[in-house]
Design a protein around this ligand. Structure first.
Ligand SMILES: Cc1cc2nc3c(=O)[nH]c(=O)nc-3n(C[C@H](O)[C@H](O)[C@H](O)COP(=O)(O)O)c2cc1C
Length: 184
C-alpha cells in the first residue's frame, strides 16, 4: 500500500467482527512507533497489548464507550516523560504529547496497511486504566486502541478543505504570490 492510500483510507472504526487478528501483525504495527521523531532521541513511549476479555471490558468501562468491549485486542499507549522533562524542563511535557501523536500516527498507518481496524480512544478515566493494567503512577496514559477487523462498512468522514487551514508568508494570508499592482 502506498503512503497516500494509507493516509487517505485510514478512518476510525467502531464496529468489530468476531474474527481475531494475528497478534504478530499488531506487534508489527507497534514496531513502527520506534521510527517516530523523539526530542533528543529519547524514546518515551510504552505499549501494552491486552487480550484478556475482562480487562478489555474494564477499559471499555473506563471510557464509558461500550463498543470497545467488542475488540479482540486493545493496545494501550503510555508515556514515561521523566528523561525528556529532565532534559527540557517544562517544554518536555509538551514534547511528550507531540511525539506520542507522531508515533501513534505511524501505528495507525500500519494498522491500515495490515487491513486491521481501530479507533483512537482519548476520553477515559486515567485511574481506572492504570488500576486495570498495573501502570505505574508516574506514567501518563496517552490513548488506547481497540483492534479487530471492521464489521460492515463505515461511512467516511468529510475532511476539512486545505483552503481553510493554509496561509502563506504570515498568519491569515491566503495568497502564495503577491497581487500584481495594476498599471493605470
Ligand atoms: C486525541 C483524540 C482522542 C479521541 N478520542 C476518541 C474517543 O474517546 N472515542 C472515539 O470514539 N473516538 C475518539 N477519537 C477519534 C475521533 O473521533 C476521529 O478521529 C474523528 O472523528 C475523525 O474521524 P476519522 O478518524 O475516521 O478520520 C479521538 C481522536 C483523537 C485524535
Amino acid at each position: 500500500m502506498n503512503l497516500d492510500n494509507a493516509i487517505q483510507k485510514r478512518q476510525s472504526i467502531r464496529k468489530f467482527s468476531s474474527k481475531k487478528p494475528d497478534w504478530r501483525d499488531i506487534i508489527e504495527c507497534i514496531d513502527t512507533a520506534r521510527y517516530a521523531p523523539m526530542a533528543g532521541n529519547i524514546f518515551t513511549l510504552k505499549f501494552i497489548v491486552v487480550e484478556n476479555k475482562e480487562k478489555i471490558q474494564k477499559l471499555a468501562d473506563a471510557a464509558q464507550q461500550p463498543f470497545i468491549a467488542k475488540a479482540q485486542y486493545v493496545v494501550v499507549v503510555c508515556t514515561d516523560s521523566s528523561r525528556t522533562v529532565n532534559a527540557y524542563e517544562e517544554r518536555g511535557e509538551k514534547f511528550c504529547r507531540q511525539q506520542a501523536g507522531a508515533a501513534i500516527e505511524n501505528f495507525l498507518l500500519k494498522i491500515e496497511e495490515k487491513g486491521l481496524a481501530t479507533c483512537w480512544i482519548g476520553y477515559f478515566v486515567d485511574r481506572m486504566i492504570k488500576e486495570a493494567l498495573s501502570i505505574p503512577e508516574n506514567l501518563e496514559v496517552e490513548a488506547f486502541f481497540p483492534i479487530g477487523y471492521e464489521q460492515g462498512k463505515t461511512q467516511k468522514k468529510r475532511k476539512i478543505l486545505l483552503d481553510n487551514i493554509l496561509y502563506f508568508h504570515k498568519y491569515g494570508n491566503k495568497r502564495m504570490k503577491p497581487l500584481k499592482t495594476l498599471d493605470v
